[in-house]
Design a protein around this ligand. Structure first.
Ligand SMILES: Cc1ncc(COP(=O)(O)O)c(C=O)c1O
Length: 382
């Protein structure tokens, strides 16, 4: 090993901005009722666990993933009703697809801004953190356009920002995370049209589509610049890590060139195929979660010091009021109180000024939701 005194540190060869970043924090959750990450609380029924175990055991894990990946793509294309003329690509979670998109548009710096260089990524904020992070990882500018205080899209502000920055990629999470609402079709269509005008890609991220009353996926058949992103995480397979993106083949096939060749393991692919073979079970689970969301919403609305915002996802955003004069004091106190009751949620109050004193609650099982409601009804300093 070389002496620490005679050579510069290898860390100095890493990008300064990377050295200045914080790693994505995952809250420790052992022993908690886990309502912080929009997971589906249902486990696979026992007989299906056995059947899946047998299938996984029989796989040729000594080989690189091969045609089974194509079987998964075909099953997902059927599931999402992807039409002819469109392609579907797989990611190790949608997170990887978001990173690949940033990589695909990251042209070298130094050329003309009129040509969209450096490539900008744009999204409404507060929104899913990976959109900004993916830009940061490629050292690309990120433009966040504030939502309105009721979390609706500020359409004039979005259109003005798109015209000004001519973003290479604009994300619209439909429904949005962490606000959980679904923006109206007319607003989404206005943004799609503005992206076309600016010559950019518009990604409709439908991670929460199993819980939403409407999908905007058909927009990708009407426009050559619209891509639809989905994930199996909220469907019920967060641990399996399968995201997928579909849209016009001419566009998807280009981005797919950047995908690491074996990014989906044979184990993950088989789990996902297995789940899609049992799709009615997952559809039933989503239905239960939607019903439990309605019951949770009703319960939250009874609690005087909480304001619950409308949800089309498996989460509900709440604002906590109380006696604290600290900027995030009421959310912090509620979060700490829930934690003391072994209930883990996400404190999003520092993510964006519009989220002041907000917590994001995942919809859990009826029992988990009841425990969370009981704890929230006993908040200190109501
Ligand atoms: C809007 C949105 N898109 C994408 C993702 C990422 O999902 P995945 O688990 O597939 O990486 C999330 C995760 O919470 C999300 O909220």
């Amino acid at each position: 090993m070389s002496s620490a005194f005679s050579h510069p540190s290898p860390i100095s060869r890493l990008r300064a901005d990377v050295q200045g970043m914080h790693a994505y924090a995952i809250q420790p959750s052992a022993g908690f009722i886990k309502l912080d990450a929009m997971e589906n609380h249902h486990r696979l029924p026992l007989e299906l666990q056995r059947a899946l175990g047998e299938r996984l055991g029989a796989l040729a894990i000594n080989r690189y993933p091969a045609t089974r990946i194509d079987d998964l793509k075909a099953a997902l294309a059927r599931h999402a009703q992807v039409p002819q003329g469109c392609s579907l690509m797989l990611g190790n979670g949608s997170d990887e697809l978001i990173s690949l998109l940033a990589l695909a548009v990251a042209k070298p710096l130094g050329a003309s801004v009129a040509l969209g260089e450096p490539a900008t990524i744009l999204a409404p904020v507060p929104g899913f953190v990976m959109y900004a992070m993916s830009a940061q990882f490629q050292a690309l500018p990120f433009v966040g356009v504030d939502l309105l205080p009721n979390f609706e899209l500020d359409v004039p502000a979005m259109l003005a920002a798109i015209a000004k920055h001519r973003p290479a990629v604009t994300y619209l999470a439909c429904p949005n995370n962490p606000t959980a609402n679904l923006w109206p079709a007319k607003d989404v269509d206005a943004v799609i049209a503005a992206c076309a005008e600016a010559g950019g890609i518009c990604v409709i991220d439908e991670a929460y589509t199993p819980f939403a009353c409407e999908s905007y996926a058909n927009r990708m058949t009407q426009h050559s610049h619209v891509l639809v992103m989905r994930t199996m995480s909220k469907f019920g397979l967060a641990g399996v890590r399968i995201g997928y993106m579909f849209g016009p083949s001419a566009l998807v096939d280009q981005i797919d060139k950047l995908r690491p060749p074996y990014n989906i393991s044979v184990l993950n692919a088989e789990c996902a195929i297995f789940a899609l073979e049992h799709e009615p079970i997952y559809a039933e689970q989503a239905k239960t979660i939607r019903a439990d969301r309605a019951a949770l919403m009703q319960g939250l609305q009874q609690i005087v010091n909480l304001q619950a915002f409308p949800s089309q996802a498996n989460m509900i955003l709440v604002r906590v009021s109380g006696e604290s004069t600290e900027p995030h004091g009421n959310a912090d106190a509620a979060f700490a109180h829930l934690k003391s009751q072994k209930i883990l949620v996400k404190n999003v109050s520092r993510i964006h000024p519009l989220l002041h004193n907000c917590l994001r609650l995942t919809v859990g099982s009826a029992e988990e939701n009841a425990a969370m409601l009981a704890a929230l009804a006993r908040l200190p300093n109501p």
